[in-house]
Design a protein around this ligand. Structure first.
Ligand code: TXA
Ligand code: MG
Length: 333
Protein backbone atom coordinates (compact mmCIF):
# COMPACT_ATOMS: atom_id res chain seq x y z
CA UNK A 1 0.00 0.00 0.00
CA UNK A 2 1.22 3.51 -0.80
CA UNK A 3 0.84 6.00 2.04
CA UNK A 4 -0.09 9.54 0.96
CA UNK A 5 0.88 12.52 3.09
CA UNK A 6 -1.34 15.55 2.35
CA UNK A 7 -1.78 19.01 3.88
CA UNK A 8 -5.29 19.64 5.28
CA UNK A 9 -6.81 21.17 2.14
CA UNK A 10 -10.50 20.76 1.46
CA UNK A 11 -9.75 18.17 -1.22
CA UNK A 12 -7.55 16.18 1.17
CA UNK A 13 -10.21 16.20 3.89
CA UNK A 14 -12.79 15.00 1.39
CA UNK A 15 -10.48 12.20 0.39
CA UNK A 16 -9.99 11.33 4.08
CA UNK A 17 -13.76 11.33 4.66
CA UNK A 18 -14.24 9.04 1.64
CA UNK A 19 -11.66 6.58 2.96
CA UNK A 20 -13.19 6.65 6.46
CA UNK A 21 -16.65 5.99 5.01
CA UNK A 22 -15.18 3.07 3.08
CA UNK A 23 -13.95 1.59 6.38
CA UNK A 24 -10.28 2.55 5.95
CA UNK A 25 -8.01 4.03 8.66
CA UNK A 26 -6.59 7.56 8.20
CA UNK A 27 -3.98 9.31 10.38
CA UNK A 28 -5.19 12.72 11.53
CA UNK A 29 -3.79 15.57 13.61
CA UNK A 30 -5.25 16.36 17.02
CA UNK A 31 -3.99 18.99 19.45
CA UNK A 32 -2.44 16.29 21.67
CA UNK A 33 -0.80 13.76 19.30
CA UNK A 34 -1.62 12.34 15.86
CA UNK A 35 -4.37 9.72 15.92
CA UNK A 36 -4.99 6.74 13.67
CA UNK A 37 -8.71 7.15 13.01
CA UNK A 38 -11.43 4.84 11.74
CA UNK A 39 -15.22 4.58 11.97
CA UNK A 40 -15.85 3.77 15.65
CA UNK A 41 -19.19 2.16 14.81
CA UNK A 42 -17.71 -0.29 12.26
CA UNK A 43 -15.86 -3.24 13.86
CA UNK A 44 -14.11 -4.11 10.57
CA UNK A 45 -12.75 -0.57 10.25
CA UNK A 46 -11.64 -0.65 13.90
CA UNK A 47 -9.85 -3.97 13.31
CA UNK A 48 -7.69 -2.22 10.69
CA UNK A 49 -6.38 0.18 13.33
CA UNK A 50 -5.18 -2.71 15.50
CA UNK A 51 -3.59 -4.37 12.49
CA UNK A 52 -1.73 -1.26 11.25
CA UNK A 53 -0.38 -0.41 14.71
CA UNK A 54 0.34 -3.95 15.81
CA UNK A 55 -1.73 -3.08 18.88
CA UNK A 56 -2.62 -5.79 21.41
CA UNK A 57 -6.31 -6.70 20.96
CA UNK A 58 -7.17 -6.15 24.63
CA UNK A 59 -6.19 -2.46 24.66
CA UNK A 60 -9.32 -0.35 24.02
CA UNK A 61 -9.46 2.79 21.87
CA UNK A 62 -10.56 6.36 22.55
CA UNK A 63 -13.64 7.45 20.59
CA UNK A 64 -13.49 11.03 19.28
CA UNK A 65 -16.60 13.15 18.78
CA UNK A 66 -17.23 16.58 17.28
CA UNK A 67 -19.84 17.70 19.80
CA UNK A 68 -21.08 16.70 23.23
CA UNK A 69 -24.45 15.40 21.99
CA UNK A 70 -22.62 12.84 19.86
CA UNK A 71 -20.80 11.66 22.99
CA UNK A 72 -24.05 11.40 24.96
CA UNK A 73 -25.35 8.89 22.41
CA UNK A 74 -22.35 6.65 23.16
CA UNK A 75 -22.18 6.64 26.97
CA UNK A 76 -24.07 7.36 30.17
CA UNK A 77 -22.97 10.79 31.38
CA UNK A 78 -22.97 11.29 35.13
CA UNK A 79 -23.43 14.79 36.54
CA UNK A 80 -19.66 15.05 37.02
CA UNK A 81 -19.03 13.88 33.46
CA UNK A 82 -21.28 16.63 32.11
CA UNK A 83 -19.46 19.21 34.20
CA UNK A 84 -16.02 18.03 33.05
CA UNK A 85 -17.14 18.01 29.41
CA UNK A 86 -18.45 21.56 29.78
CA UNK A 87 -15.22 22.78 31.36
CA UNK A 88 -12.56 20.91 29.39
CA UNK A 89 -14.06 20.06 25.97
CA UNK A 90 -12.95 20.60 23.35
CA UNK A 91 -9.59 19.62 24.80
CA UNK A 92 -7.06 17.15 26.12
CA UNK A 93 -9.34 15.27 28.53
CA UNK A 94 -10.70 11.75 27.92
CA UNK A 95 -13.63 10.52 30.00
CA UNK A 96 -14.17 6.80 30.64
CA UNK A 97 -17.89 6.17 31.15
CA UNK A 98 -20.35 3.32 31.12
CA UNK A 99 -20.95 2.64 27.42
CA UNK A 100 -24.21 2.51 25.52
CA UNK A 101 -25.15 -0.25 23.07
CA UNK A 102 -24.09 1.80 20.02
CA UNK A 103 -20.40 1.27 20.82
CA UNK A 104 -19.10 -2.02 19.41
CA UNK A 105 -17.01 -4.35 21.59
CA UNK A 106 -14.18 -4.04 19.04
CA UNK A 107 -13.56 -0.46 20.27
CA UNK A 108 -13.71 -1.15 24.00
CA UNK A 109 -11.93 -4.51 23.88
CA UNK A 110 -15.07 -5.99 25.39
CA UNK A 111 -15.14 -3.64 28.41
CA UNK A 112 -18.49 -2.25 29.60
CA UNK A 113 -16.97 1.25 29.46
CA UNK A 114 -15.92 3.57 26.65
CA UNK A 115 -13.30 6.35 26.54
CA UNK A 116 -14.55 9.58 24.92
CA UNK A 117 -12.88 12.81 23.83
CA UNK A 118 -13.87 15.94 21.95
CA UNK A 119 -10.56 17.14 20.45
CA UNK A 120 -9.69 20.82 20.04
CA UNK A 121 -8.03 20.48 16.62
CA UNK A 122 -10.19 21.95 13.82
CA UNK A 123 -9.06 19.29 11.30
CA UNK A 124 -10.12 16.49 13.65
CA UNK A 125 -13.55 17.92 14.42
CA UNK A 126 -14.18 18.86 10.79
CA UNK A 127 -13.36 15.33 9.66
CA UNK A 128 -15.67 13.81 12.27
CA UNK A 129 -18.43 16.05 10.95
CA UNK A 130 -17.69 15.23 7.31
CA UNK A 131 -17.60 11.50 8.07
CA UNK A 132 -20.86 11.66 10.00
CA UNK A 133 -19.74 9.15 12.66
CA UNK A 134 -17.43 9.20 15.69
CA UNK A 135 -13.79 8.21 15.11
CA UNK A 136 -11.96 5.63 17.16
CA UNK A 137 -8.34 6.80 17.28
CA UNK A 138 -5.38 5.63 19.30
CA UNK A 139 -2.09 7.49 18.93
CA UNK A 140 -0.82 6.92 15.38
CA UNK A 141 2.50 5.29 16.32
CA UNK A 142 3.49 1.70 15.79
CA UNK A 143 2.67 -0.06 19.09
CA UNK A 144 5.49 0.49 21.61
CA UNK A 145 6.94 3.59 19.89
CA UNK A 146 6.61 7.13 21.31
CA UNK A 147 3.38 8.89 20.29
CA UNK A 148 3.70 10.90 17.06
CA UNK A 149 3.56 14.69 17.40
CA UNK A 150 4.46 15.35 13.75
CA UNK A 151 3.14 13.84 10.51
CA UNK A 152 6.70 12.65 9.75
CA UNK A 153 6.63 10.51 12.92
CA UNK A 154 3.48 8.80 11.66
CA UNK A 155 5.07 8.22 8.27
CA UNK A 156 8.19 6.74 9.90
CA UNK A 157 6.06 4.24 11.85
CA UNK A 158 3.15 3.42 9.52
CA UNK A 159 4.38 3.92 5.95
CA UNK A 160 2.88 1.26 3.69
CA UNK A 161 0.32 0.26 6.33
CA UNK A 162 -2.28 3.02 5.94
CA UNK A 163 -3.54 4.88 2.84
CA UNK A 164 -3.43 8.51 4.08
CA UNK A 165 -1.90 10.86 6.64
CA UNK A 166 -3.30 14.39 6.98
CA UNK A 167 -0.41 16.70 7.91
CA UNK A 168 -1.67 19.36 10.30
CA UNK A 169 1.81 20.45 11.42
CA UNK A 170 3.34 19.80 14.85
CA UNK A 171 0.88 19.13 17.72
CA UNK A 172 0.47 22.02 20.19
CA UNK A 173 0.10 19.89 23.32
CA UNK A 174 2.42 17.04 22.33
CA UNK A 175 1.35 14.78 25.19
CA UNK A 176 -1.59 12.38 25.03
CA UNK A 177 -4.85 13.39 26.72
CA UNK A 178 -5.49 13.07 30.43
CA UNK A 179 -7.66 9.96 31.01
CA UNK A 180 -10.11 9.88 33.92
CA UNK A 181 -12.56 7.09 34.69
CA UNK A 182 -15.92 7.99 36.17
CA UNK A 183 -17.23 4.47 35.73
CA UNK A 184 -16.22 3.22 39.19
CA UNK A 185 -17.31 4.13 42.71
CA UNK A 186 -14.93 7.09 42.82
CA UNK A 187 -13.10 8.92 40.01
CA UNK A 188 -9.60 7.71 39.16
CA UNK A 189 -6.89 9.39 37.09
CA UNK A 190 -5.66 6.68 34.72
CA UNK A 191 -3.26 8.77 32.61
CA UNK A 192 -2.01 12.26 33.55
CA UNK A 193 -1.68 14.98 30.90
CA UNK A 194 -1.93 18.74 30.44
CA UNK A 195 -5.35 18.77 32.08
CA UNK A 196 -3.79 18.35 35.50
CA UNK A 197 -4.76 16.47 38.65
CA UNK A 198 -4.88 19.82 40.45
CA UNK A 199 -7.45 21.12 37.93
CA UNK A 200 -9.53 17.95 38.15
CA UNK A 201 -9.62 18.11 41.95
CA UNK A 202 -11.65 21.30 41.59
CA UNK A 203 -14.54 19.23 40.19
CA UNK A 204 -13.67 15.81 41.60
CA UNK A 205 -12.41 16.34 45.17
CA UNK A 206 -12.28 12.57 45.77
CA UNK A 207 -10.23 11.72 42.65
CA UNK A 208 -7.29 9.36 43.24
CA UNK A 209 -4.29 8.57 41.07
CA UNK A 210 -4.13 5.02 39.79
CA UNK A 211 -1.05 3.23 41.24
CA UNK A 212 0.03 2.33 37.69
CA UNK A 213 0.70 6.00 36.88
CA UNK A 214 4.06 6.13 38.68
CA UNK A 215 4.89 2.49 39.40
CA UNK A 216 4.75 -0.80 37.55
CA UNK A 217 1.31 -2.20 38.01
CA UNK A 218 0.64 -5.92 38.12
CA UNK A 219 -3.00 -6.00 39.23
CA UNK A 220 -6.08 -6.05 37.01
CA UNK A 221 -5.58 -3.00 34.79
CA UNK A 222 -8.49 -0.55 34.88
CA UNK A 223 -6.81 0.96 31.86
CA UNK A 224 -5.40 -1.95 29.90
CA UNK A 225 -2.83 0.36 28.27
CA UNK A 226 -0.98 0.42 31.58
CA UNK A 227 0.37 -3.06 31.35
CA UNK A 228 2.20 -2.39 28.10
CA UNK A 229 5.63 -0.84 27.85
CA UNK A 230 4.60 2.31 26.03
CA UNK A 231 6.72 5.09 24.61
CA UNK A 232 9.68 2.75 24.51
CA UNK A 233 12.85 4.01 22.91
CA UNK A 234 15.34 1.45 21.59
CA UNK A 235 17.97 3.06 23.80
CA UNK A 236 18.37 1.94 27.38
CA UNK A 237 16.94 4.46 29.83
CA UNK A 238 17.14 5.16 33.56
CA UNK A 239 15.54 7.73 35.86
CA UNK A 240 17.60 9.49 38.55
CA UNK A 241 16.26 11.27 41.64
CA UNK A 242 16.06 15.05 41.36
CA UNK A 243 19.42 16.64 42.07
CA UNK A 244 21.45 13.39 41.93
CA UNK A 245 23.94 15.20 39.71
CA UNK A 246 27.11 13.40 40.81
CA UNK A 247 25.52 10.00 40.29
CA UNK A 248 24.17 10.98 36.87
CA UNK A 249 27.56 12.27 35.77
CA UNK A 250 29.28 9.12 37.06
CA UNK A 251 26.82 6.85 35.25
CA UNK A 252 27.36 8.86 32.06
CA UNK A 253 31.15 8.68 32.30
CA UNK A 254 31.11 4.97 33.03
CA UNK A 255 28.79 4.27 30.10
CA UNK A 256 31.04 6.31 27.81
CA UNK A 257 34.09 4.29 28.90
CA UNK A 258 32.19 1.10 28.13
CA UNK A 259 31.67 2.25 24.55
CA UNK A 260 28.05 3.36 24.94
CA UNK A 261 26.66 6.64 23.62
CA UNK A 262 25.04 8.15 26.72
CA UNK A 263 23.16 11.42 27.12
CA UNK A 264 21.61 13.26 30.03
CA UNK A 265 18.20 14.89 30.41
CA UNK A 266 17.93 17.35 33.27
CA UNK A 267 16.41 20.50 34.71
CA UNK A 268 17.59 23.67 32.95
CA UNK A 269 19.49 24.87 36.01
CA UNK A 270 21.59 21.68 36.03
CA UNK A 271 22.77 21.93 32.42
CA UNK A 272 25.94 23.83 33.31
CA UNK A 273 26.98 21.24 35.91
CA UNK A 274 27.13 18.47 33.30
CA UNK A 275 29.18 20.35 30.65
CA UNK A 276 30.77 19.22 28.36
CA UNK A 277 28.64 16.04 28.38
CA UNK A 278 25.72 15.63 25.92
CA UNK A 279 22.84 17.17 27.86
CA UNK A 280 19.24 18.15 27.05
CA UNK A 281 16.66 20.13 29.01
CA UNK A 282 13.63 18.47 30.49
CA UNK A 283 10.98 20.74 31.88
CA UNK A 284 7.24 20.81 32.40
CA UNK A 285 7.05 24.02 30.36
CA UNK A 286 7.95 22.22 27.14
CA UNK A 287 5.93 19.02 27.42
CA UNK A 288 5.22 19.31 23.68
CA UNK A 289 8.91 18.59 22.97
CA UNK A 290 9.09 15.37 25.03
CA UNK A 291 8.25 12.87 22.30
CA UNK A 292 10.17 14.83 19.65
CA UNK A 293 13.18 14.65 21.95
CA UNK A 294 12.74 10.94 22.75
CA UNK A 295 12.49 10.04 19.07
CA UNK A 296 15.53 12.13 18.18
CA UNK A 297 17.72 10.98 21.07
CA UNK A 298 16.84 7.41 20.27
CA UNK A 299 18.56 7.72 16.88
CA UNK A 300 21.71 9.31 18.36
CA UNK A 301 22.28 7.67 21.74
CA UNK A 302 22.19 4.22 23.32
CA UNK A 303 21.65 5.21 26.95
CA UNK A 304 19.43 8.03 28.23
CA UNK A 305 19.73 9.12 31.86
CA UNK A 306 16.89 11.42 32.94
CA UNK A 307 16.56 13.50 36.09
CA UNK A 308 13.21 13.22 37.83
CA UNK A 309 10.81 16.18 37.63
CA UNK A 310 8.50 17.17 40.49
CA UNK A 311 5.36 15.05 39.90
CA UNK A 312 2.97 17.99 40.02
CA UNK A 313 1.03 19.85 37.33
CA UNK A 314 2.12 18.74 33.86
CA UNK A 315 5.23 17.25 35.54
CA UNK A 316 3.10 14.27 36.62
CA UNK A 317 2.30 13.55 32.97
CA UNK A 318 5.94 13.84 31.93
CA UNK A 319 7.13 11.59 34.78
CA UNK A 320 4.49 9.00 33.83
CA UNK A 321 5.77 8.91 30.22
CA UNK A 322 9.45 8.91 31.25
CA UNK A 323 9.04 6.11 33.78
CA UNK A 324 7.17 3.99 31.26
CA UNK A 325 9.75 4.73 28.56
CA UNK A 326 12.41 3.55 31.02
CA UNK A 327 10.39 0.46 31.90
CA UNK A 328 10.48 1.95 35.46
CA UNK A 329 14.28 1.50 35.60
CA UNK A 330 15.86 3.73 38.24
CA UNK A 331 19.51 4.70 38.29
CA UNK A 332 21.41 2.62 40.89
CA UNK A 333 22.51 4.97 43.66
O1 TXA B 1 -4.53 12.36 23.23
C1 TXA B 1 -4.97 11.23 23.06
O2 TXA B 1 -5.65 10.65 23.92
C2 TXA B 1 -4.64 10.53 21.73
C3 TXA B 1 -5.33 11.31 20.61
C4 TXA B 1 -5.22 10.63 19.27
O3 TXA B 1 -6.67 11.53 20.96
N1 TXA B 1 -5.05 9.17 21.77
C5 TXA B 1 -4.42 8.24 22.52
O4 TXA B 1 -4.93 6.96 22.39
O5 TXA B 1 -3.48 8.48 23.21
P1 TXA B 1 -4.19 5.66 22.93
O6 TXA B 1 -4.95 4.51 22.42
O7 TXA B 1 -2.77 5.71 22.57
O8 TXA B 1 -4.39 5.72 24.47
C6 TXA B 1 -5.68 5.47 25.01
C7 TXA B 1 -5.56 5.07 26.45
C8 TXA B 1 -4.97 3.69 26.60
O9 TXA B 1 -4.10 3.68 27.71
C9 TXA B 1 -6.19 2.82 26.84
O10 TXA B 1 -5.91 1.67 27.60
C10 TXA B 1 -7.10 3.79 27.58
O11 TXA B 1 -6.87 5.04 27.00
N2 TXA B 1 -8.52 3.41 27.43
C11 TXA B 1 -9.26 3.39 26.30
N3 TXA B 1 -10.50 2.94 26.55
C12 TXA B 1 -10.55 2.67 27.87
C13 TXA B 1 -11.56 2.18 28.75
N4 TXA B 1 -12.77 1.85 28.32
N5 TXA B 1 -11.26 2.04 30.05
C14 TXA B 1 -10.05 2.38 30.50
N6 TXA B 1 -9.04 2.85 29.73
C15 TXA B 1 -9.29 3.00 28.43
MG1 MG C 1 -0.85 5.32 22.44
Amino acid sequence: MRTQLLPPTNAALQKAARLLKAGQPVAIPTETVYGLAANALNPLAVAKIFLAKGRPQDNPLIVHVSHTDQAMALAHFTREAKLLAELFWPGALTLVLEKKAAVPAAVTAGLPTVALRLPAHPVATELIQMAGFPLAAPSANASGRPSPTKAQHVLADLQGKIPLIIDGGPCDVGLESTVVTLAGKAPVLLRPGVVTLEQLRGILPDITVHPGVLSPFAGPAESPGMKYRHYAPNARMAIAPKGALQEMAAAYDQALQQGEKPCLLCAREHMAYFAPRETFVLDAGNANQLFVLLRELDTRFTYLIAEELPAEGVGLGIMNRLLRAAGFTRLKM
